[in-house]
Design a protein. Structure first.
Lengths: 98, 489
């Protein structure tokens, strides 16, 4: 019920480098936040740069983990393990409903 | 390119080997001499300097020369400019990157870091950067790497604690991969080497660049601040950026161990050779011509140039007062056709006001032109022009180095200087006369209602020269001097 009114699907891409603790924490945090605020409206794509290093160039990735909001536009980036939910919501521009 | 060939002297490589530290020659003229062989192999060198100091160019030259001269591929990671901007910018200083990029000797990668687009939350590392570096390095088998500039990372990331730890890890990582790298950073306004203290992590080699304006004249300088495990030139050295790239000038005095060729070279002034032991100047010697205004210094210099070219030898002529065309025109009036020598590539006329460059840069220009043109004769007319851009002590130091440099190349050098009417004519302005092998004084004498030009040889080392006062005659077929005592009443 807390989902924003925007009917678009959210396309999120999480860049990781192997199964490091930071990356696992980031994925867990992202999953939790999406379930809570974007129920049923999101896709998460996880890209492991250790397997596909060439993909780092496209989204200008230098820090790991990095979350990229591909849609809705404009593209936004959050780096870190996403442990501060408040900052993630601001970074992704997800409006909280009262 | 002959000037490149001079870059590494046997002496420098010898010393590098003795210190036990493996070095990578940069291929940058002069820098390898100052560092006694190049940058530390497999280590990261920090290049700091203010904006516009040439940090990016130094990095690019390191890669370009590495690819061209040593067949070592290099990767340039730019945080500030896109690959295209970078290619365009370095084009203007003569690096055509396209062939190197195509042949896989060079790769450019632009990493955009824009703080306004980035939110930080929680722990992270720069593994993404490492992945990209590894990818860039592996894609061409890079041996050299440039990161330009770390400032962008500091500006783009809030958590400097993480950044510092990651940079430390990065330098170690590059070392493990045996990559010789240059990272650039901006110097701090308070005189510190870098704003964020990166020099504390890069402990092997630090080079500081500086761009100073003194009396409205700009000079770029380079200094090796530290080089662990190796001795290095500790001075500040001027460097030039022009359409041939970047050149550093380690113009410390080359010393007095040059050979003394015994051959002679004709002065071109009819009669003067007779006054000089009948054979002219010694080849590879230095000649000073002093005189008040209008005594014919430039004419004597031009006559020497003319004679040199007529023998099929090359002459490099630096004029600080007249344009090349003006010299050619004026000398035509006394029967010299200098234009033909220019056309045949035997004569190069360089005109530049001394104030165009700083003193060191002036010497640098000369050094460079000599290296490229490989002349038998160099003329500087007048040397006194330099006094306007430096203190006496500086000018003297620069001229000494210039003399040593020319002598080492066995080039015959002729300088003119202007002395003022009031001054003692046997006192030359910049006090360099004692270093000159031959000193010729020109003056005017008033005799029986006419002004006559007179020439006498004050000294000429190693020969029994004339001790008489000769009259100097300008004719439509050149200048000549009359046998001795012609001007005595």
């Amino acid at each position: 019920m807390n989902a924003p009114e925007n009917p678009e699907r959210w396309q999120l891409r999480l860049y990781v480098a192997g199964q490091t603790p930071k990356c696992l924490v980031a994925f867990a945090n992202l999953k939790r936040i999406c379930e809570e605020y974007l129920t049923g409206q999101y896709d998460i794509e996880v890209i492991d740069l250790l397997q596909t290093p060439a993909l780092a160039q496209g989204d200008q990735i230098f820090a790991i983990p990095t979350l990229v909001r591909k849609l809705p536009e404009p593209v936004r980036k959050i780096i870190g393990d996403l442990s501060n939910t408040e900052r993630v919501l601001v970074g992704l521009d997800i409006r909280r409903l009262p | 390119m002959p000037r490149r060939a001079r870059a590494s002297t046997p002496a420098s490589t010898g010393k590098a080997a003795a210190s036990g530290l493996k070095k990578v020659p940069t291929g940058i003229t002069g820098l390898d001499e100052i560092t006694l062989g190049g940058l530390p192999f497999g280590r990261t060198t920090l290049v700091t300097g203010g904006p516009g100091c040439g940090k990016t160019l130094l990095g690019m030259e390191f890669l370009v020369q590495g690819a061209r001269q040593f067949d070592e591929p290099g990767a340039f990671i730019a945080f500030e400019e896109t690959a295209q901007e970078l290619t365009e910018n370095v084009q203007s200083v003569g690096y055509g990157l396209e062939p190197l990029l195509k042949s896989g000797k060079l790769m450019l990668d632009y990493i955009r870091i824009e703080r306004s687009e980035i939110e930080e939350t929680g722990d992270y590392d720069l593994e993404g950067l490492f992945v990209r570096l590894a990818h860039a390095i592996d894609s061409i088998g890079a041996k050299r790497l440039v990161l330009d500039t770390l400032e962008v990372l500091f500006a783009g990331l809030k958590d400097h604690g993480i950044l510092r730890a990651e940079l430390r890890r990065l330098f170690r990582w590059l070392k493990d991969r045996q990559i010789t790298a240059i990272v650039t950073a901006e110097s701090a306004p308070d005189g510190k080497l870098s704003r964020h203290g990166i020099e504390e992590y890069v402990s092997d080699c630090v080079i500081a660049l500086d761009h100073r304006i003194s009396q409205q004249i700009s000079t770029r300088r380079l200094r090796v601040v530290k080089y662990r495990g190796s001795s290095h030139g500790a001075n500040e050295y001027p460097f030039l950026i022009d359409d041939g790239g970047l050149v550093v000038f380690p113009i410390t005095s080359l010393g007095l161990d040059y050979g003394a060729p015994a051959g002679h070279i004709a002065s071109g002034v009819a009669g003067l050779d007779e006054a000089l032991d009948g054979r002219g100047f010694f080849r590879g010697s230095s000649v000073l011509i002093t005189g008040t205004a209008g005594t014919g210094k430039t004419s004597v210099a031009a006559q020497f140039a003319n004679a040199t070219c007529a023998r099929g030898q090359r002459c490099l002529y630096f004029s600080m007062e007249e344009s090349p065309d003006q010299i050619v025109r004026n000398m035509r009036s006394i029967g010299m056709n200098l234009a033909q020598w220019r056309k045949r590539g035997l004569l190069q006329l360089h005109s530049a006001r001394p104030t165009l460059h700083g003193l060191e840069a002036h010497l640098a220009t000369v050094y460079r032109a000599v290296s490229l043109f490989d002349p038998q004769v160099v003329i500087m007319d007048p040397l006194t022009g330099l006094s306007s851009v430096g203190s006496d002590r500086e000018v003297t130091a620069v001229i000494t180095r210039l003399l040593d440099f020319l002598k080492a190349q066995q080039i015959t050098a002729l300088f003119t200087t202007l002395v003022s009417m009031q001054a003692d004519p046997e006192h030359s302005d910049v006090g360099v006369s004692s270093w000159m092998d031959t000193w010729i004084l020109l003056r005017t004498l008033e005799l029986a209602g006419t002004r006559r030009r007179a020439l006498y040889v004050i000294k000429s080392r190693g020969m029994s020269h004339s001790d008489q006062i000769h009259e100097l005659k300008f004719t439509s077929r050149g200048i000549r001097i009359l046998p001795g005592s012609a001007v005595s009443p």
